[in-house]
Design a protein around this ligand. Structure first.
Ligand SMILES: [Cu+2]
Length: 186
């Protein structure tokens, strides 16, 4: 006896497939709704403040003049680090910061868009010419971290990186007592 096997009259496979298709469509709809809400929100409620710095005049005066770059202790004990990214280096190229206190980075670019990240932390910003990028962080332990540029900025991009040296707070305070701006540039 021989014959063709007749598939069982079962539409469950089709039902499951239709259900998954609906899930996929729902995901797309949710993502579109989120993009629209995000876009409208940004348009009607722009950022509370934007700080600007003219990239052509950074070296002539103001906050990012060379003598003002580096780390400084604020009256409240926190530390502010000011630095510039330019093709193809950071200034200062070795940043000094203490462990255990809030450190605010204020950075900008003198030419094109650069990236600013510090390894083993979640510090990750873009340096956009014309704007000041800020982030506050706290380093728990002393040590040395790397700070590579992570936005392709031209032929020398892969050589654009700096170091961040985290030192003990007491040692940092001692050094800050005799110098207005600190860095570990040799
Ligand atoms: Cu760069």
């Amino acid at each position: 006896m021989s014959g063709t096997a007749i598939p069982p009259n079962d539409d469950s496979a089709e039902r499951i497939e239709r259900r998954w298709a609906m899930v996929a469509v729902a995901i797309v709809v949710i993502m579109v709704v989120m993009a629209v809400i995000g876009g409208v929100h940004q348009a009607v409620m722009p950022q509370s403040h934007v700080e600007t710095a003219d990239p052509r005049r950074l070296h002539l005066g103001g906050e990012f003049i060379e003598s003002n770059l580096g780390s400084t202790v604020e009256p409240d004990g926190s530390v502010t680090v000011r630095a510039i990214g330019q093709q193809y280096s950071f200034t200062p190229d070795c940043i000094l910061a203490p462990a255990g206190v809030p450190v605010t980075f204020r950075m900008t670019s003198a030419d094109v868009i650069h990236g600013f990240l510090i390894t083993d932390t979640n510090i990750n910003l873009m340096l956009v010419p014309g704007y000041i990028s800020t982030i506050t962080a706290r380093f728990d332990t002393p040590g040395e971290r790397h700070m590579p540029c992570h936005e392709f900025c031209g032929v020398g991009h892969e050589g654009m990186w700096a170091r961040v040296k985290i030192i003990d707070k007491a040692e940092f305070d001692r050094m800050a007592a005799d110098r207005r701006r600190l860095s570990c540039v040799e």
